[in-house]
Each structure stands twice: as C-alpha cells, then as structure tokens.
Write a protein that binds this ligand. Structure first.
Ligand SMILES: *[C@@H]1O[C@H](CO)[C@@H](O)[C@H](O)[C@H]1NC(C)=O
Ligand SMILES: *[C@@H]1O[C@H](CO)[C@@H](O)[C@H](O)[C@H]1NC(C)=O
Length: 241
C-alpha cells in the first residue's frame, strides 16, 4: 500500500478524439512513485510554495502569476487577433494521476493550435476543482487547462471553465477510469510568460464528475485551485470562441 505522501502515476492508454466523446480505452497501467513537491493545503500549501524549493521562488516574487480574477469589463477581447485554429487528431494518450491533479498526456504528433500565426503543440491537459480563475469574482466548479508548447518553448494554456449542470461528454468517457486510478503553471515552479486564454463561455460538468476528478488526488490536493494572484501590469484575454 502506498502511503498518501507518495506520488503515484498510473497510465492508461486511451484513444481520444478531442471535442467529441469518442474515447476508447486500451491496454493497462504502469506506476511511478515520487514524493509530492507541493500541495494545496497544510505545510506545503500555496503560501509556502516559494520556500519549498529554490526553483519555486517565482511563486512569491513573480509579477505575472496565475490564476487571476478576470474582470470582464476590463478584459481585452481578442477581436484584433486571428481566430484560434485548432488542428488535433486522434491519438493514444496516457491518463496520469499526479496526486495534485489528474492529467492526460499527449504524444508529440497530436496536433496544434495556431494563435497569431504561431503554432503551439498540444502536450497535456489537466483539471482543477474548483476553478482557479474567477470571472468578476465568481469561482466555477472546475477548470480544464489544455497546455500547448511551441517549438521555441513558449507555452499557451487554453482554459475552459465549468459550471455545475449536465455531465461533460469528454469527462464522461473517463469517469470510471478516474476511480480506477485508486485513492490513496499555476503550479510550482510558477513559470511566467505563459499565455492564458480563458474561453469566455463556460461548459457544464456534473457534481459526480467533479467528485471523480477529486477521487484520485492526495488528501491535501482535493481542492487544487491556487488562490488568485495580483493582476499587476498585464492584460487578460477572455476568448470569445
Ligand atoms: C531545480 O531545477 C533544475 C533544472 O530543472 C534541477 O536540475 C534541480 O534539481 C532543481 N532543484 C531542486 C532543488 O529541485
Ligand atoms: C492506439 O493503440 C492501439 C493499441 O495499441 C492501436 O491498435 C491503435 O491503432 C492506436 N491508435 C492510434 C490512433 O494510434
């Protein structure tokens, strides 16, 4: 039996077509253990992150930290930008329980998103519950981060907020897998200059799905949302998709 202080990674091969509910599963799991380097409550919680590792110093000193409260009246619409072009294909992926979040990891050739003529490849997506970003002070039930990386290492995160309601069809296909995982850069090192695009229109998620997302997480990470950080000098993009 793993102690709850262990870092546990299970991988499950899935065939995924994004934006549809066509997940099919195949093959089994491997396990990797490591120690959690931070948590969302207690002695290793968000207000202590910078002191846990010299590499996490930006968590305290950074001026461009996420998440933030988005004031919609002051958010910069991206009307002048070209539309987001998504170009994803069906691939086999890994479902990973990092203990501080549940993630899906993608292979190199999954596809990309083009923003302002720059291409970013989809590498990973993970969920937070409740949401990390707020809109006009309001927190949502969950938030999905799709992490894309360009060839020169720039990161573009596309965030989708979820309010309680009907089940999310994408999550519906992995709910059971989440429970099977077993119970036991809004995260350190708090890297800056990521582009966050928060999709303005929330999707819906059921209470049961929020519970499924929390089930495999470390007890100290069940609410894996970092508190909002100061806006300082920057603009926020609320993407009207
Ligand atoms: C800090 O990050 C570097 C580069 O990723 C790594 O080699 C080093 O082990 C890290 N230090 C600690 C204390 O984790
Ligand atoms: C996913 O993996 C299965 C089993 O290994 C394989 O048959 C299938 O062709 C793979 N699908 C893709 C899109 O790579």
């Amino acid at each position: 039996m793993a102690s709850r202080f262990d870092f546990f990674t299970s991988t499950i091969s899935l065939l995924i077509i994004l934006g549809s509910d066509a997940f099919t599963t195949s093959t089994s799991s491997t396990k990797v253990e490591e120690t959690l380097q931070f948590t969302y409550s207690g002695a290793m919680g968000p207000d202590k992150w910078a002191s846990l590792n010299p590499n996490f110093s930006l968590c305290a000193t950074g001026k461009l930290q996420s998440p933030i409260n988005i004031v919609s009246a002051r958010a910069v619409g991206n009307k002048k930008s070209k539309p987001l072009i998504r170009n994803y294909r069906a691939v086999n992926v890994s479902l990973v329980d990092n203990k501080y979040t549940v993630a899906i990891e993608y292979p190199d050739d999954t596809g990309d998103i083009t923003l302002d003529e720059k291409q970013y490849r989809l590498r990973q997506m993970h969920w937070h519950s409740p949401s990390e970003h707020r809109i006009n002070g309001n927190r949502f039930a969950a938030e999905l981060h799709m992490v894309h990386v360009s060839d020169d290492g720039k990161v573009l995160v596309v965030g989708t907020l979820f309010q309680l309601g009907r089940p999310d069809p994408v999550l519906q296909t992995i709910d059971k897998k989440l429970y099977e995982l077993g119970s036991s850069s809004s995260v350190p090192p708090c890297t800056e200059h990521l582009i966050y695009l928060i999709i303005a229109k929330p999707r819906s998620i059921s209470k049961q799905q929020v519970a499924a997302l929390k089930a495999p997480l470390d007890i100290r990470c069940k609410n894996n949302a970092r508190p909002c950080q100061p806006l300082n000098a920057r603009h926020v993009q609320l993407y009207q998709d």
